[in-house]
Design a protein around this ligand. Structure first.
Ligand SMILES: NC(=O)c1ccc[n+]([C@@H]2O[C@H](COP(=O)([O-])OP(=O)(O)OC[C@H]3O[C@@H](n4cnc5c(N)ncnc54)[C@H](O)[C@@H]3O)[C@@H](O)[C@H]2O)c1
Length: 346
C-alpha cells in the first residue's frame, strides 16, 4: 500500500453510533469514505444524501460493486457483528468492529481466525482505551489493587439486542483487564431486568489471581449519566471521569506519618486537609476518543500493524462478560427469580 494513498473506507450500520463513525472518517485525513451499508431504506437515503456516498443494503452488494475497500467500521447491532465482519474480512477488508467484538466466544474466535487467515487488521471498538484520561494515566500505573467502576445511563430503546453487561459494562471490563494485568480468579454477580427482558442493571465483583479486586456497576435505567472509574494503588488513589475526560490523583507523600500528619493537621484546624497528601489533576490532552480510536485503526491498516487494542483482548473482555452472565443466571436461580430473568434470549 503506498504511504500517501487515501484508504478507502465503508461504514456498515448507520444507526446512532455508525453516524459517529461516518462523521469521523469524513473529518480525518488519510481516509476516503466511499460507501455505507445499511438495510433500513429511510436511514440509507438520509446517509446517501448527507454524505454523497452510495449506500448498499448488504455487505454482499457493496462487495459486488468492486469499491476496492481497504477497511470498514462495523457498527451494526452486536448480534450481527459476526455475520457482517466475517463477510468483510473474508473479502480482505480490515475491520474496526464495535464493542463487544461478537455476541459469543465461538463467533469471536471465528472472526480472529478469519482475520489471521487473510492477514487482516481486526480491532474491537473498545473506545475508552483511547479516552485521553485513560491515555494519560496508563503509563503511570503502578499496582492497582482495588477498582470501583460506575457506568450509568438513562434508558433509551437502543442496544436491546444485548444486556447491560455487553452493552455498557464491557467498556470497564476491558479497561480493568488491561490495567490489572492478571487472570480472573473469581466472579460474583447480580443482574436484574427492569425495563427490558434482559439485564438492565448489574453489579459484579471480580477477583484476579494477583489479589486485585474490581467492583463494577452498570445500569441503563438510571436517572443520571455517570462514567467513572476509581482505583487504589499502594499509597495512591486515582479517579477517572471518562465523560469529563479528567483525572484526580491523591497520593500519600513519601515519608508520610499519620501521627505527624494528625498533629500538624490539628494545629491548623485541618483547614488544608490532612498534611502529607498531595492532590493533583494531571494534564489530559484534548481529543475525541472515537477520533483517536479510528486514527489508531487507520495507522494499523496503513502500516499493517497489530492494533493497539487487539482482537484477542476483545475476546478476553467478551469472555469475562459471558462469565458474568453465567454467574448472574446462577444467582437468579438461587434467588428464585425464575422466568423473568433471561439475559441472553431475545
Ligand atoms: N463504542 C461505544 O461507545 C458505542 C456506543 C454505542 C453503540 N456502540 C456499538 O455500536 C453498535 C451499533 O449500536 P447503535 O446504538 O448504533 O445501534 P442502532 O440500532 O442505532 O444502529 C444499528 C444500525 O445497523 C443497521 N443494521 C442492522 N443489520 C445490519 C446489517 N446486517 N448490515 C448493515 N447494517 C445493519 C440497522 O439498520 C441500524 O441502522 C453496537 O455494537 C453497539 O454496541 C458502541
Amino acid at each position: 500500500m503506498s504511504p500517501g494513498r487515501l484508504l478507502r473506507i465503508a461504514v456498515a450500520g448507520t444507526g446512532a453510533f455508525g453516524l459517529n463513525h461516518l462523521r469521523v472518517y469524513r473529518e480525518l485525513p488519510g481516509a476516503e469514505l466511499v460507501a455505507a451499508i445499511e438495510p433500513n431504506p429511510g436511514r440509507a437515503a438520509e446517509v446517501e444524501e448527507q454524505y454523497s456516498i452510495p449506500v448498499f443494503p448488504t455487505v454482499d452488494a457493496a462487495l459486488r460493486a468492486d469499491l476496492k475497500l481497504d477497511a470498514a467500521s462495523v457498527a451494526v447491532p452486536t448480534i450481527y457483528h459476526h455475520a457482517v465482519a466475517s463477510e468483510l474480512l473474508n473479502a480482505g477488508v480490515d475491520c474496526l468492529v464495535e464493542k463487544p467484538l461478537a455476541a459469543t466466544l465461538a463467533e469471536a474466535d471465528d472472526l480472529i481466525a478469519i482475520a489471521d487467515r487473510n492477514g487482516c487488521v481486526l480491532q474491537p471498538g473498545h473506545l475508552e482505551r483511547f479516552n485521553p484520561a485513560v491515555l494519560a494515566i496508563e503509563p503511570q500505573l503502578t499496582r492497582p489493587m482495588f477498582f470501583e467502576a460506575h457506568r450509568l445511563s438513562v434508558f433509551t430503546p437502543r442496544a436491546l439486542d444485548v444486556d447491560v453487561v455487553l452493552d455498557l459494562m464491557i467498556h470497564d471490563l476491558d479497561i480493568v483487564l488491561t490495567f490489572a494485568r492478571s487472570p480472573v480468579r473469581e466472579v460474583r454477580a447480580v443482574g436484574l431486568p427492569i425495563l427490558s427482558p434482559k439485564v438492565d442493571i448489574a453489579n459484579v465483583r471480580v477477583e484476579f489471581e494477583s489479589g486485585c479486586v474490581a467492583n463494577f456497576t452498570a445500569s441503563r435505567v438510571s436517572t443520571e449519566r455517570v462514567r467513572k472509574l476509581r482505583f487504589f494503588e499502594p499509597r495512591r488513589y486515582v479517579s477517572v471521569d471518562y465523560a469529563r475526560r479528567d483525572l484526580l490523583v491523591i497520593a500519600v507523600d513519601p515519608g508520610f506519618s499519620l501521627e505527624n500528619a494528625l498533629a500538624l493537621g490539628e494545629a491548623g484546624g485541618f483547614a488544608e486537609g490532612l498534611p502529607g497528601l498531595s492532590f493533583s489533576k494531571p494534564t489530559v490532552a484534548s481529543g475525541e476518543p472515537l477520533k483517536l480510536e479510528v486514527s489508531s485503526f487507520l495507522e494499523s491498516v496503513r502500516a499493517r500493524m497489530t492494533p493497539k487494542v487487539t482482537a484477542r483482548q476483545g475476546r478476553e473482555a467478551l469472555a469475562l462478560a459471558l462469565e458474568i452472565q453465567r454467574v448472574m443466571v446462577d444467582h437468579a436461580e438461587r434467588a428464585g427469580l425464575g422466568n423473568f430473568f433471561n439475559p441472553t434470549g431475545l
